[in-house]
Design a binder for this molecule. Structure first.
Ligand code: ACM
Ligand code: ZN
Length: 480
């Protein structure tokens, strides 16, 4: 008998007959935290898990079995546990604000396929998104921008918004009930126009900065030479830690051109004082201070891998690999005992069309690439950058079912199926998206034929090109 479960469980043994529908649940410390056992017998259905989170996974397996066997579940025994602990999806509330209701719908579906981490991007050039007690201008000013000029889109309407602290607490608790930890990302020291709009004295030049209305890599970044920047960040992060109990905190670090640092007397004085000879090393110093603060508060920091180009990153930091490495920085981090998780743009960036990153490519994500030692890989993540994602439905159709493919890839690791087998199970389970209020991309859109893929690619690239005329991308990357 073929079970139509996603992720496919690691071990299934069938008995005889149909199970009695009487469910009991318990937590048993001897099982792995996310592991569970589901025993369906004529006496009833017993769910046993290593933790409350594991029980959530067991319940989802049971729900999927009920979908396949509405007349009664066959007697069987499932033993299951994930291959990778970091099974994440990313939502960008900065580029376009998402309501808590929209987020919960995505979380429900992600949880149903046993993803366990929401990487929540809540600060960027285009908006700061959380109420702040110590620095209220962050949400009063930094949460709003004068228009939406991403790609070819044109609107001059003021837009934005923020989540109150109460809303965030409730949402984080809701996610925990679904087996999902929420890991916030405050991107530092670049991508901070919204912060600098509220508090311009934190930049090198201290000049006014607007909240950005288009896609951009910006040269106005936090000054690494002024002590008050570090005190500001410690107060800010301290406040955020009250809302986010997860043992992880993402501090960004990507796409930070050091153009201003090169001109800034404070940054230059700091480099001299520390004997640093590159601006990348200065970023290493900057990040390390925040990493140390987070460690003191029981959190491990995560950084985008380009933030580690200059070295000097504590081995406790996990690097999120998205961009090509430079000067062996990744190897150096791993050699010190550092860990990583993988989200290469191809295929993990799900804001790209299916024609570029089809479901098959996500399912077949290489979790053992030659640029990292396999033992250091915690897992992977799919992302939905929201520059071009305005409606909840657009987010849903980009995310699903690619998030579903990632969920099984990370649950099974090297034990993944043939793609055709996964695809058949996905087609069967597809109606569940409608029931969950998710407008997922239908099967004909999962793996577009070359002509259609090209069409999607052209359309998507038009959005990029509409922006690139204002940016010398190569020069910005060189300064990162
Ligand atoms: C990134 O895509 N800038 C991490
Ligand atoms: Zn400076």
């Amino acid at each position: 008998m073929e079970l139509n479960l996603i992720p496919r469980p690691r071990s299934v043994a069938f008995g005889e007959g149909v199970a009695a529908d009487m469910v009991t649940k318990s937590v048993e410390g001897a099982l792995p935290a996310e592991g569970y056992r589901l025993e369906a017998t004529k006496n009833g259905i017993v769910l046993t898990a290593g933790s409350k989170q594991g029980l959530v996974w067991a319940e989802h397996t049971l729900a999927q079995l009920r979908r396949q066997f509405p007349e009664g579940i066959p007697c069987l025994r499932i033993e299951d546990a994930p291959a990778y602990p970091w099974r994440a999806f990313h939502i960008d509330s900065s580029r376009h604000m998402r309501s808590i209701g929209e987020l919960k719908t995505i979380v429900d579906a992600a949880s149903f396929f046993k993803l366990n981490t929401l990487h929540w991007h809540i600060s960027d050039d285009q908006g700061w998104r959380i109420e702040c007690k110590a620095f209220p201008k962050l949400h009063e000013l930094g949460a709003y921008r004068n228009g939406d000029h991403f790609g070819t889109y044109r609107s001059d309407e003021k837009e934005g918004g923020y989540y109150t602290r109460e809303e965030v607490k409730d949402f984080v608790a809701y996610c925990a009930g679904k087996g999902i930890q929420v890991v916030p990302e405050i991107d530092l020291p670049g991508h901070v126009s919204a912060i600098l709009h509220a508090y311009p004295h934190l930049s090198c030049r201290e000049e006014p900065v607007e909240v950005v209305t288009k896609a951009a890599i910006t040269t106005e970044i936090l000054c690494a030479g002024k002590e008050e920047v570090y005190t500001f960040l410690e107060t800010l992060l301290g406040e955020l830690l009250e809302l986010f109990p997860a043992p992880w905190f993402h501090i960004g670090g990507d796409e930070a051109p050091k153009t201003r640092w090169a001109e800034c007397p404070c940054c230059q004085a700091k480099m001299k004082e520390l004997g640093l000879n590159s601006h990348r090393q200065l970023q290493g110093y900057f990040s390390s201070r925040i990493v140390a603060f987070l460690r003191k508060h029981g959190r491990r920091a995560i950084m985008w891998n380009d933030g580690a180009y200059g070295g000097g990153i504590d081995p406790s930091v996990v690097l999120q690999v998205w961009f090509p490495d430079r000067d062996g920085a990744l190897d150096a981090h791993i050699a010190k005992g550092g860990q990583v998780y993988l989200s290469p743009v191809v295929p993990c960036y799900c804001d790209y069309p299916y024609g570029e990153h089809p479901v098959k490519a996500v399912y077949q994500l290489d979790l053992n690439p030659d640029y990292v030692n396999h033992d250091t890989v915690l897992g992977g993540e799919c992302l939905t950058w929201a520059e071009f994602i305005r409606s909840p439905e657009r987010l849903q159709e980009l995310a699903f079912p690619r998030f579903t493919a990632l969920a099984e890839a990370l649950w099974l690791g090297d034990d993944r199926d043939d793609y055709a087998n996964f695809r058949a199970r996905l087609e069967n389970i597809f109606p569940v998206f409608g029931e969950m209020g998710i407008r997922a991309t239908p099967a004909e859109g999962w793996d577009p034929e070359p002509e259609e893929a090209k069409r999607q690619s052209r359309e998507f690239r038009l959005q990029f090109e509409a922006e690139s005329e204002n940016q010398d991308y190569d020069a910005l990357v060189a300064a990162m």
